[in-house]
Design a protein around this ligand. Structure first.
Ligand code: LMR
Length: 330
């Protein structure tokens, strides 16, 4: 009898050791946008490449559209290790205590995509990522979305058109200051709640990229959109540092390779995805799409310019100076 029990115990122990050796490493990758966006497609491409490169030793589970966590929760979940990978907008690192990232939200900071890439692919991009490490977070890559436009139920042509409007923002003090400079009332809100807030009039409008506006169907509940390109949305792909550093070295190398390839893919498709979204919004016929003239854009730039001085102490003068240098190719 005793022997039988011992045998059963040993058999169970061996079975679980075997199962342990073969169980794939699971990376839960949570994000808040639709699959059919630059970030959504990038995440799925990473899954495909990572699983292939590791011969199935790593399984990547992608949870899009806030199905697992919303904006604020996902950062906490990453730190706790409930998820291993995220790609939050660069505007969402304030609550983590890394305010420097809000420099990316400064109005009109990137004259074009080349200026952005000089930041994200250069030493400054690495400098930003180093700020994450004391928080138990590691930055792996920058993924592009695109320049932001404005939506509301009234036409937005001049800075005065924003007066008194309730505008939804991401959790960035720079964005708060930007809308206050226009005389609007900014409200921080999770991305997953924006559509309903627009539908019920909790907010009057928002700033976002065309791909986000279209895939969240905001055009169904917003009568007007202004192509302003006044700011930028991009992402930092981040991992729980302890998890990442604890991976077997050969696996980590393969995942780094998969990430590099997925990053190139996501960044290559971003502009096209946004161009397609503008065309789709126009085709839907529910929203007028107005493009600012250069002169109008200049009045917006002027109206938003006080934000730089106001936010200097928050994001750091050193950060802003470094951004200025990098964006101007120095
Ligand atoms: C938003 O909250 O508007 C965006 O950051 C969503 C996203 O991830 O692109």
């Amino acid at each position: 009898m005793k022997f039988k029990i011992m045998h059963a115990v040993l058999a169970a122990a061996f079975a679980s050791a075997g199962a342990y050796a073969q169980a794939p490493i699971v990376i839960k990758f949570s994000h808040v946008v639709a699959n059919d966006t630059p970030k959504g497609k990038g995440a799925l491409r990473f899954k495909e490449l990572a699983e292939k490169a590791t011969g199935g030793k790593v399984k990547v589970e992608v949870y899009p559209n806030s199905t697992l966590y919303k904006d604020k929760e996902e950062m906490e979940a990453l730190q706790l290790g409930s998820v291993q990978m995220l790609a939050p907008s660069l505007a969402k690192f304030g609550p983590l205590g890394v305010k420097e990232f809000e420099a990316f939200d400064m109005p009109f900071i990137f004259p074009d995509k080349q200026a952005l890439y000089r930041v994200t692919t250069g030493p400054l991009g690495k400098w930003f990522f180093a700020k994450l490490e004391p928080k138990g977070v590691k930055g792996l890559a920058y993924w592009d979305n695109g320049f932001k436009d404005m939506t509301a139920n009234k036409p937005l042509h001049t800075p005065a058109d924003f007066r008194g409007l309730k505008m939804r923002i991401q959790s960035s003090k720079v964005l708060d200051a930007q809308f206050r400079a226009l005389g609007a009332n900014p409200q921080v809100m999770a991305f997953s709640e924006v559509y309903q807030a627009m539908q019920t009039g909790v907010v009057d409008g928002n700033e976002n990229t065309p791909s986000n506006i279209y895939t969240q169907k905001m055009h169904e509940v917003q009568k007007h959109m202004t192509i302003s390109n006044h700011g930028y949305i991009g992402y930092a792909v981040i991992v729980n540092k302890k998890f990442w550093d604890g991976l077997p070295a050969d696996i980590r190398t393969k995942l780094d390779g998969a990430m590099a390839e997925a990053t190139k893919y996501a960044n290559d498709i971003a502009q096209e995805e946004n161009d397609k979204a503008v065309a789709a919004i126009k085709a839907a016929g529910t929203t007028t799409v107005y493009t600012l003239t250069p002169a109008e854009r200049e009045t917006w730039r002027k109206a938003m310019s006080p934000v730089y001085k106001q936010m200097e102490s928050r994001v750091g003068k050193e950060t802003l100076d470094a951004m200025e240098k990098a964006t101007h190719g120095k």
